[in-house]
Design a protein around this ligand. Structure first.
Ligand SMILES: C[S@@+](CC[C@H](N)C(=O)[O-])C[C@H]1O[C@@H](n2cnc3c(N)ncnc32)[C@H](O)[C@@H]1O
Length: 323
């Protein structure tokens, strides 16, 4: 699909590969007709979803953001050296907050490409970044990073060396076998810096994904609001609740929306039955040891050259080089 370039006057150039609403409809219907109902985590991020995710990042229970930012700050010079003069491509850039730490430490980096599925949030984040970082060219690419990246169609990156940055432990949303395929696909970016959440006790993990204020619950349930609004479904939000459990054997947090009653949801012509207690999976978030993640990276053809962590070993940041 060719990109649509933004025509609105904005300091940020947007390359728009956002899938059409029909793709959203068919993906939702496909996921809801599986024996274990699922929805891809990317659909959690409409404008409201992105705002709720930003609120999650501020929660006391959500150790991930503050820990990864502390690791970035503590090792900014080392990481800046690894970036060299390459154009920096961030996958799932969200509010582009973490990148600010790296850009401050690496003034030689002048081109930043933010790839995210949440279009309006992406544009606003890039505009704010360009206003704050002098001399930076920020380019917004609205695309699904699980698909082959449309990097070759972006003129600003033609014949330019790049490096990929994938923070936030978003890689944990992929199944381990998918991680290998994903890393092979994003190898088009060259070397990678990837944030990976580490294995730890359920007593720390579960509150991070199901906080006392109910923001994580609101974030997950917002996908039903989105499906109602964009696809004309009739999910009754009083009849569903959010759950997050750590499955220690699989090494993953399992996030789901559970039906509170036997009920039928309508989505266009489709009728989707839910039994009381039946779940719709919204996300898996895999946790790894450093060795486990490095093995996956090696299977994908990367050489782990450096790993940065915090003193409590909560989170890790991996520098992977192309072999
Ligand atoms: C967990 S948040 C992380 C945000 C930020 N990188 C951070 O570390 O705080 C995931 C981000 O990736 C985006 N995202 C999720 N799935 C995506 C996909 N398949 N393609 C592109 N962006 C995606 C979301 O819109 C969101 O901004």
């Amino acid at each position: 699909m060719p990109p649509t370039s933004s025509t609105k006057p904005s300091p940020v150039k947007l390359y728009d590969f956002h899938p059409p609403v029909e793709d959203f409809r068919s993906a939702v219907l496909r996921g809801l007709s599986k024996p274990e109902k699922t929805i891809s985590p990317q659909f959690l991020y409409d404008k409201r979803g992105s705002e709720l995710f930003d609120a999650i990042c501020q929660l006391p229970e959500y150790y991930l953001t503050r820990t990864e930012m502390a690791i970035l700050r503590a090792n900014a010079e080392d990481i800046a050296a690894a970036l060299d003069h390459r154009a920096l491509v961030e996958l799932g850039s969200g509010s582009s907050q973490k990148i600010r730490i790296l850009l401050n430490a690496a003034p030689q980096v002048q081109t930043y490409v933010a790839v995210d599925i949440s279009r309006q949030h992406l544009q606003e984040a890039c505009a704010a970044l360009m206003a704050d970082v002098e001399g930076l060219e920020a380019i917004a690419v609205c695309a699904d990073y699980t698909q082959p990246l449309p990097i070759a169609t972006i003129p600003e990156l033609r014949d330019r060396p790049t490096i990929g940055f994938f923070p936030g432990s978003s890689i944990g949303n992929l199944e381990p076998a998918e991680v290998i395929a994903f890393l092979k696909t994003v190898a088009v970016l060259g070397d990678l810096i990837v944030g990976v959440d580490l294995k730890k006790s359920a007593s720390l993990l579960e509150p991070a994904y199901d906080d006392a204020q109910g923001i994580s619950a609101a974030f997950a349930l917002n996908v039903l609001v989105r499906i109602n609004r964009e696809l004309g479904a009739d999910f009754d939000l009083t009849q569903f609740e959010y759950r997050a459990c750590y499955n220690e054997v699989a090494g993953r947090i399992e996030m789901a929306i559970a039906s509170l009653s036997d009920q039928t949801v309508r989505l266009g012509d489709a009728e989707i039955p839910f039994k009381a207690g039946e779940t719709l999976r919204t996300e898996h978030s895999y946790k790894y040891t450093i060795d486990e993640f490095q093995l996956l990276a090696m299977e994908a053809g990367f050489k782990p050259v450096q790993v940065w962590t915090d003193a409590e070993q909560l989170f890790s940041l991996h520098h992977l080089k192309q072999i």
